[in-house]
Write a protein that binds this ligand. Structure first.
Ligand SMILES: NC(=O)c1ccc[n+]([C@@H]2O[C@H](COP(=O)([O-])OP(=O)(O)OC[C@H]3O[C@@H](n4cnc5c(N)ncnc54)[C@H](OP(=O)(O)O)[C@@H]3O)[C@@H](O)[C@H]2O)c1
Length: 330
C-alpha cells in the first residue's frame, strides 16, 4: 500500500558495489523556497555511479543515498519567477547522486526544458555526457571545422555522445575505438565515420589518415592506451583527458608533447561549472536548438526498469553496457 508523500527510490546503504542498489519506499522530498520539485520519469546511469557504489569516486555521498546524476521528468512545483513552471517537461542534473527516485528537488539552474521531440528516456541520458563532451570539444579541445576526432570507449555514454555531437561542432570525421563487434554496431548507429578495434588502434589510425594522425583524441578510458593516443595525434593535435574507465591513471613523458607539438588537455566539466556560474545555461543555449532541430540526434539509450537498477549500474562496471544506460522510474 502506498501513502501520500511516499515514493519509490533506489538506495545504496553499503559500499559493496552496484548489487547493493535496492528498491525502497521513502519520504518524498519537500520543496524549499528556491527549489523545483520534479516528478521523475527516467534517470541516467553513468560510470561514476558504479565507482560511487564502492566508495571509489572522488565524491562520496553519506549512506544511504540514491544513485544517479541526471533525470528527466515533469515539473510538479516551482518558485515564482523560475524559468520552469509546473507541467514543463525537463531534464535535470542532480550531480552527483539522488536521481533514481520518483521525486527530486532541484535548484532551477540545474533544470533545462526538454524539446518535445526528445523522450524522457533520451532526455535522462543526455545532460551529463553531452555537456561534458560540449565542454571537452568546444571549450577545452578547440575543435575546428573539418577536423578529425577519435574517441575511445566509443560505445559508452561519453563515447556515443561524442559521436553524436562532434559533427555538429564541425568535425569532418569521427573514428570510434571499441572492444567488440557488438560495440562496433553501437558506435556506427551513433554516427561514427570509421570504427576500429582497441587492439592495435594506433596502426589503424595511421592507415585511415594516410599517416597524418587525428586532430583530437577524446579519452574516457586512459590506462595503457595513453601513449599510443599521443602517437596518434597530428601536429597541433589535442588529447582530451576525460576519464579512466581502464582503471589506471597514465603518466605522460612531456618530451612527446614537445617533439610533436601536441597538447594533453585536462577536462573536468563538473569543477568548471562550479567556478563558472551561468556556464550550464550557456551550454544548454547552444545544445538545445541542435537537439530540437535534429542536427544532433537524441541518444538511444538501453532502458532498464527501476527494479533492475543494480543490473543497469553493473553493466557499466562489467563493461557490457551498449550505449547510454537509463533507468525508467515511472
Ligand atoms: N571529466 C569529466 O568531466 C567527466 C564527466 C563525465 C564522465 N566522465 C568520465 O568518463 C568516463 C566514461 O564514462 P561513461 O559514463 O561514458 O562510461 P561507460 O558508458 O561505461 O563507457 C566507458 C567505456 O570505457 C571502455 N572501457 C575500457 N576499459 C574498461 C574497463 N576496464 N571497464 C569498463 N569500461 C572500460 C568501454 O569501452 P570498450 O569496452 O569498447 O573499451 C566502455 O564502453 C568515466 O571515467 C567517467 O567518470 C568524466
Amino acid at each position: 500500500m502506498r501513502f501520500n508523500g511516499r515514493m519509490r527510490a533506489i538506495q545504496i546503504s553499503s559500499l559493496e558495489g552496484p548489487q547493493a542498489a535496492e528498491l525502497v519506499e521513502i519520504d518524498e522530498p519537500t520543496a524549499g523556497d528556491d527549489t523545483v520539485l520534479v516528478d521523475v520519469h527516467a534517470a541516467g546511469v553513468a560510470f561514476p555511479d558504479a565507482l560511487q557504489s564502492r566508495g571509489l569516486y572522488q565524491y562520496k555521498p553519506d549512506l544511504p543515498y540514491s544513485p544517479g546524476a541526471e533525470i528527466a521528468g515533469v515539473v510538479r512545483s516551482a518558485p515564482a519567477g523560475a524559468h520552469v513552471q509546473p507541467g514543463d517537461r525537463v531534464a535535470g542534473l542532480t550531480m552527483l547522486y539522488g536521481a533514481m527516485a520518483e521525486v527530486v528537488a532541484l535548484q532551477p539552474e540545474k533544470l533545462f526544458k526538454l524539446p518535445d521531440s526528445v523522450s524522457f528516456e533520451a532526455g535522462a541520458g543526455l545532460l551529463f555526457n553531452d555537456l561534458t563532451v560540449h565542454f571537452a570539444l568546444r571549450t577545452r579541445g578547440r575543435l575546428s571545422d573539418g577536423e578529425t576526432v577519435l574517441v575511445h570507449g566509443a560505445a559508452g555514454g561519453i563515447g556515443t555522445s561524442t559521436l553524436r555531437l562532434a559533427p555538429a561542432f564541425g568535425a569532418a570525421r569521427t573514428i570510434a575505438v571499441v572492444s567488440s563487434d557488438a560495440k562496433a554496431e553501437v558506435a556506427r548507429a551513433a554516427g561514427a565515420t570509421d570504427v576500429i578495434p582497441a587492439d592495435g588502434f594506433k596502426d589503424a589510425v595511421k592507415e585511415l589518415t594516410g599517416g597524418r594522425g587525428v586532430d583530437i583524441v577524446l579519452d574516457p578510458v586512459g590506462g595503457d592506451r595513453f601513449t599510443d593516443s599521443l602517437r596518434s595525434l597530428a601536429p597541433g593535435g589535442r588529447l582530451l583527458v576525460v576519464g579512466f574507465t581502464g582503471g589506471e591513471i597514465p603518466t605522460v613523458k612531456v618530451n612527446r608533447l614537445l617533439l610533436n607539438n601536441v597538447d594533453a588537455v585536462g577536462v573536468g566539466w563538473g569543477a568548471w561549472t562550479m567556478t563558472h556560474p551561468g556556464y550550464l545555461a550557456e551550454q544548454w543555449a547552444e545544445l538545445e536548438p541542435l537537439l530540437a532541430s535534429g542536427a544532433v540526434p537524441a541518444p538511444q539509450p538501453e532502458v532498464y526498469p527501476l527494479e533492475r537498477a543494480a543490473e543497469a549500474i553493473s553493466s557499466l562496471e562489467n563493461r557490457t553496457a551498449r550505449g547510454k544506460v537509463v533507468v525508467a522510474v515511472r
